[in-house]
Design a protein around this ligand. Structure first.
Ligand code: TPP
Length: 558
């Protein structure tokens, strides 16, 4: 069947079973939009391309499928950049489609021309500029394959305008073969045996689980492994949900704002079993004092991340699920009762807590109340800053894909569009974006997208009228010199703003009203903005100062 480029693109997306494309139109992509006009492929128009990329990302993280976004050339494409970089840092499968000027104009500084493949080379897993119409369908096939296999990531396909009019025979390839790209899934037997031996010899083992567990769908295997060998589990921010935080073996999150007991436990451990986690600096703190007594087993699908930041004693390159399945077959039931006693002691000595004595609303309390109201069954997205850390600390995650947050890049403005993506995938689920008043203003225009598409997303703004996390650093390390971090005056009336977009706005100023407001928001089948006026000098504790060893924390009421 001979088809025009724009039709080939849309048919290819259907072959990939794409559920929805998030995007924004423009001149060079008009032929695609014209095809979409009659197509049953779902398209969601956002108000900013950055939000389209984050929505695709949220959709991908919530479902495990590839998220797709589409933008025009030049400024449309460059507006995707933050969203692409966010997905890249967090290994999110995404295909970003961009329009490009006609092939004969490329390189001529034509109107709305940007070298988007050049710009995104360091922040994509791979990218393509399609120059021949016959390459279009195979390129889309390859793009999806690369995005979703191995360590997932964003792939960009740049589509010159003339190709969208050109015709070719449409044969969607069944299979692809790519030289020099063949992700390894099963770990080497020899390494697995070494790992099992190290586990049997260890007295103080700890599992340090990351987003890779969720990506590979290995949560059951992880639970089996930890339970069988009686090993406590701490997770990264992106790993939240990969191991039930209600399980006695859970140590919750570690790192800069992790639980103090997790940070002490990993420092005392003699064996770290890292699964799908990459020893990010927010986790390790001062590298040469990180877990000084521990041997390290590192299970990761990406060979280039093994021994990148720390020296690994037993590397196992492979898919987390397959490797854990193999380990479960050879690891013997362990007795770590002494070690668990020590951990129980640490948990008692350093619980995660905050002072909730006053009448004012504590942000941590809001997060706890969201947990109570949703019983851990919601999809939580976050912005970046204190809101993100409180959302990580005070909600108990027990299911994978229930916590979506920009961990690697730390992108303010991520949470709300990501919530739109997640809610689109699961219209019946309760979705909360836990936000700061600064971050929400970075993509607040998406209230229009949420309202028009009847998405009952709840935004819980922990409104401290400042850029809280930065203010916290200024308080602790810059002698309270609050340079450009306070939004007073200048904080908008979020309730009126919500109403202006047709959403529901609820302001909450009293602790006694928090639970009711959350309940009302959940019951409302419209987009709801909850403006919680919280104590503005509240800090996130514990905190490992930047560059310090992770067992040397400040705050935390130990
Ligand atoms: C796009 C972007 N710009 C700047 C920063 C740096 N930054 C990190 S946290 C933060 C403050 C966030 O303030 P707010 O959204 O109000 O959240 P809070 O910390 O008060 O919960 C800033 C400015 C960032 N992470 N992302």
């Amino acid at each position: 069947m001979r088809l025009k480029g724009a039709n080939i693109l849309v048919e290819s997306l259907k072959k990939e079973k794409v559920g929805i494309v998030f995007g924004y139109p423009g001149g060079v992509v008009l032929p695609i939009f014209d095809v979409l006009y009659d197509s049953d492929l779902k398209f969601m128009l956002t108000r900013h391309e950055q939000a389209a990329a984050h929505a695709a990302d949220g959709y991908a993280r919530a479902t495990g499928n590839v998220g797709v976004c589409l933008a025009t050339s030049g400024p449309g494409a460059t507006n995707l950049v933050t969203g692409i970089a966010t997905a890249y840092m967090d290994s999110v499968p995404m295909v970003a489609l961009t329009g490009q000027v006609k092939t004969n104009l490329i390189g001529s500084d034509a109107f709305q021309e940007a070298d988007i493949t050049g710009i995104t080379r360091p922040i994509t897993k791979h990218n393509y500029l399609v120059k021949d119409i016959n390459d279009l369908a195979p390129t889309i096939k390859e793009a999806f394959y690369v995005a979703r296999t191995g360590r997932p990531g964003p792939v960009l396909v740049d589509l010159p305008a003339d190709l969208m009019f050109a015709e070719a025979e449409f044969n969607y390839p069944e299979k692809i073969s790519m030289r020099s790209y063949d992700p390894v899934c099963a770990g080497f037997q020899g390494q697995l045996k070494k790992a099992a031996k190290a586990i049997h010899e260890s007295c103080k083992p700890i599992i340090y689980a990351g987003g890779g567990v969720i990506i590979s769908g290995a949560e059951n295997e992880l639970l089996e492994f930890a339970s069988k060998a009686s090993i406590p589990v701490t997770t990264t921010l992106l790993g939240l949900g990969c191991f039930p935080e209600t399980n006695p073996l859970s140590l919750k999150m570690l790192g800069m704002h992790g639980s103090a007991y997790a940070n002490h436990a990993i420092t005392e451990s003699d064996l770290i079993i890292a699964v799908g986690s990459r020893f990010d600096d927010r986790v390790t703190g001062k590298l040469d004092e990180f877990a000084p007594k521990a041997k390290i087993i590192h299970i990761d699908i990406d060979p280039s991340s093994v021994s990148k930041n720390v020296h690994v004693h037993i590397p196992i390159v492979g898919d987390a699920k397959e490797v854990l399945m193999a380990l479960n077959r050879i690891v013997k039931a362990g007795d770590t009762s002494k070690w668990m006693d020590r951990i129980a002691q640490l948990k008692k000595q350093y619980p995660l807590r905050y002072d909730n004595s006053g009448d004012d609303i504590k942000p941590q309390y809001v997060v706890e109340q969201i947990y109570e109201a949703t019983k851990g069954d919601a999809i939580i997205t976050t912005e970046v800053g204190q809101n993100q850390m409180w959302a990580a600390q005070f909600y108990k995650y027990s299911k994978p894909r229930s916590f979506l947050s920009s961990g690697g890049l730390g992108t303010m403005g991520y949470g709300f569009p990501a919530a739109i993506g997640a809610q689109t995938a699961y219209p019946e689920k309760t979705v909360f974006d836990i936000a700061g008043d600064g971050s929400i203003q970075m993509n607040i225009q998406e209230l229009a997208t949420a309202v028009i598409n009847k998405l009952p997303v709840n935004i819980a703004i922990l409104n401290n009228c400042c850029l809280g996390m930065v203010r916290q650093w200024q308080e602790l390390f810059y002698n309270k010199r609050y340079s450009h971090t306070c939004f007073q005056p200048g904080c908008p009336d979020f309730v009126k703003l919500a109403q202006a977009y047709g959403a529901v706005g609820i302001r909450v100023t009293k602790k006694a009203d928090v639970a009711d407001a959350i309940k009302r928001a959940i019951e409302t089948k419209n987009t709801v903005v909850l403006d919680f006026i919280v104590r503005n000098e509240e800090n996130v504790f514990p905190m490992v100062p930047s560059g310090e060893a992770i067992n040397r924390m400040i705050g935390g009421m130990a």
